[in-house]
Design a protein around this ligand. Structure first.
Ligand SMILES: [Zn+2]
Length: 72
């Protein structure tokens, strides 16, 4: 059943970079991870001890053309 592969969730401890679609494994329990391929920083959470979920980019480091960079 190939369809099952498609429906498969994220593999343990792995996330996929939304910028370049590289799969990588962040450090266990880290709240941020840097894509080894394109260097984008991502915020991650751990809904389960072994399952990382990508929350979104770290805006401080994410280039946004046309918008002023906000810093606290
Ligand atoms: Zn990437």
């Amino acid at each position: 059943m190939k369809i099952k592969k498609v429906m498969e969730g994220p593999r343990d401890g792995e996330i996929r970079c939304l910028a370049c679609f590289t799969r990588f494994r962040p450090k266990r329990g880290a709240d941020r991870a840097v894509c080894p391929s394109c260097r984008t920083q991502w915020r991650i959470s751990w809904p389960y001890p072994k399952t990382a979920r990508l929350q979104g980019p770290v805006w401080d480091t994410y280039p946004k053309p046309g918008e002023p960079i906000r810093k606290k």
